[in-house]
Design a protein around this ligand. Structure first.
Ligand SMILES: [Zn+2]
Length: 629
């Protein structure tokens, strides 16, 4: 008996010791800078503008790193995590299609509502929590490392929601906002606004003598589906010097014009005693009398998140207690609010600065702990600035001429921020630490948008309903009984197959013939503006993807030439009138083109023994084998 209790005491002691893990002797630190482009990096290194990247290249190594096909962040970071091609990990695009309805769907996570509910007094009370599924298949290497008895800290890697059960993890791309979307903003305005926003909602209000009395709309009532959305009272009152006083529920604060508020925590209450927590930031675009107040997507509050966003579950709150509240949404850089001109360039840059500061704080919070054998942090701000400000560095972009000095310098600014983060990391490295810095893909200009479904209609592969000359998104006016192929997502073309698509008409034999025809014809599409091909290469899905998850794979992957890209209409299944048009939007840079044009970067603090061709081979540098190399 005595021996057993003695062991028990030792066990309890060891357990409590595990809370304060002894520092590890050597770490592998992986820094990701999403979308960091080799052409710009090499140019600015040569000009001495990125001294820490130059130093690392000299001390260890630098090379270009092949990306995934297509060259999209969720696809490439999934190959990074699992060491496999999309045919194995199952992520082929941001968008996947529902073969029953042909409707686009988010390809990264699936949120399933609770299966069992109790219907009582008009409430639908969920009896289980529902389920969140990461659609990426395969085992990420941080799980393998932990299985070998080491510890891993993984911060904000894309496609990491829900979090894996490891030492420390904070989910990135995939985490929704409180509405369950990938980020829906609200613009409260007394100004007349034409059309519908793609990325948010516009709430028209009337201002009476410098006062607006309205509501902020939240999620659906979780227990009464017919009750509509939960709401919080919101008033906006005119104050001195073009500022306003905002009262949201019971929180009151002053906000100046052209200023972001700090985080405003909120709680939508329902069923008397229950509530769901969130938080928003406000930006005052215009004061009275033409009031325009921008409200960020409602982020989960990391102190009390509506879904688990970290491992262990309490880590998100502990982190907030050390660094303050931080953006929890998977893609928090509000690109659409800038693209639809709801906020100005300066507001967008201020927001990205704010997010970057949060990410820096959480990365060094972990790095300073020295309790993990593996530390990974991905900074996506390099990508988000490049998307929105490429117009500033490409003098052939249709918007270049209207671009301000600040916008012209934005990309260099974010690259120098990356260099500063790298410098600080180099200073904090222990003698035996290894450092690897990579990006998932490079960048190109997005000058011309291609309506690929228009080409498919004009060439007899896609058919519209009688009397229709165009179709809006979700293929509303498409006649599937005649259609043989359709484009959806950034780079995909799908054949309308019998037995696969619900209204499929093409059999196996014909599918091969159509695919071969398209592979050839697409490469010959010419831009009438300059008589040059808009597609440099087409890929046969069957040949580029191997594995068990090819059911979602496109039949053809379209490799656009630099400066071209699928139009937003194509991505979401619309058929507009023209084939190609000038991209006059601020979303002016992109990488959804032929992967050979947009490789990423790779720096190591040591001389690698292996030859690393692409991001899928990355794990060769870590001495763990991937799954299909
Ligand atoms: Zn991107």
């Amino acid at each position: 008996m005595l021996r057993i209790s003695y062991c028990l005491i030792i066990l309890i002691f060891l357990n409590s010791c595990s809370e304060q893990v002894a520092p590890v002797e050597s770490r592998t630190i992986i820094l990701g800078f999403d979308g960091m482009d080799p052409n710009l990096t090499e140019k600015w290194m040569a000009q001495g503008l990125l001294p820490n990247f130059s130093k690392l290249a000299k001390q260890g190594s630098y090379q270009r790193l092949g990306t995934s096909n297509p060259a999209l962040s969720p696809v490439a970071w999934s190959s990074f995590a699992t060491g496999t091609n999309p045919g194995e990990h199952g992520i082929f695009d941001f968008i996947r299609r529902d073969t029953k309805t042909y409707a686009p769907d988010f390809s990264i996570t699936e949120i399933k509502p609770p299966k069992d509910t109790l219907n009582l007094f008009g409430f639908h009370i969920p009896l289980d929590e529902g389920e969140v599924i990461n659609r990426r298949h395969g085992k990420p290497f941080w799980m393998e490392i932990e299985e070998k008895g080491q510890t891993a800290s993984v911060l904000r890697v894309p496609v990491s929601f829900p979090p894996d059960p490891i030492h420390r993890m904070l989910s990135g791309m995939g985490v929704p906002d409180l509405l369950g979307t990938q980020g829906t903003y609200t613009l409260i305005t007394s100004q007349f606004i034409n059309g519908n926003d793609m990325g948010g909602r516009v709430q028209r209000i009337r201002a009476n003598n410098g006062l607006v009395d309205t509501q902020l709309e939240g999620p659906q009532h979780p227990m009464k589906p017919d009750a509509g959305t939960l709401k919080l009272p919101l008033t906006i009152k005119k104050a001195k010097n073009e500022s306003v006083t905002i009262t949201l529920d019971d929180i009151k604060f002053r906000l100046k014009k052209n200023q972001w508020s700090s985080w405003v925590p909120l709680e939508f209450k329902f069923a008397g005693v229950m509530g769901v927590a969130g938080m928003v930031r406000f930006y005052l675009v215009e004061s009275f009398p033409r009031i325009s107040l921008y409200v960020s997507p409602i982020n989960f509050n990391p102190i009390d998140p509506a879904m688990q966003i970290s491992s262990p579950v309490e880590y998100s709150a502990e982190l907030a207690s050390r660094i303050g509240l931080y953006h929890t949404l998977g893609m928090p850089e509000e690109t659409w609010s800038l693209n639809e001109n709801r906020i100005p360039d300066s507001a967008y840059i201020q927001m990205v600065k704010h997010i970057l500061a949060e990410r820096v704080a959480m990365f060094f919070d972990t790095l300073d702990k020295t309790d993990s054998d593996l530390v990974i942090a991905v900074f996506v701000q390099t990508d988000r600035i490049s998307h929105m400000f490429w117009r500033g560095i490409d003098d052939k972009h249709p918007l270049h001429i209207k671009t301000s000095k600040q916008a012209q310098n934005a990309i260099l600014w974010i690259y120098q921020e990356a260099d500063r983060i790298l410098g600080k990391t180099l200073n904090k490295m222990l003698p035996n630490d290894k450092l690897l810095v990579l990006s998932d893909h490079g960048f190109s200009s997005f000058r011309r948008a291609v309506n690929l479904n228009r080409w498919l209609v004009d060439n007899g592969y896609l058919f519209l309903n009688e009397n229709a000359t165009e179709s809006s998104m979700l293929f509303t006016d498409v006649d599937w009984s005649k259609s043989k192929a359709y484009a959806l997502g950034m780079n995909g073309i799908f054949i309308n197959r019998i037995g696969r698509e619900s209204l499929g008409i093409v059999d196996k034999q014909e599918a091969i013939a159509i695919k071969n025809e398209l592979l050839e014809k697409l490469s010959n599409i010419i831009d009438p503006r300059n008589s040059k091909p808009i597609i440099t290469r087409t890929y046969d899905g069957k040949q580029v993807y191997k594995g068990l998850q090819t059911a979602d794979a496109p039949d053809i992957v379209v490799g656009y030439a630099p400066s071209y890209r699928a139009s937003w209409e194509t991505v979401l299944g619309a058929v507009p009138k023209e084939l190609i048009y000038d991209n006059n939007t601020k979303w002016s840079g992109d990488h959804a083109i032929d992967p050979s044009h947009v490789p990423g970067i790779l720096f190591t603090s040591f001389k690698p023994k292996e030859n690393i061709k692409s991001i899928q081979d990355f794990q060769l540098l870590l001495n763990i084998s991937g799954q299909d190399q």
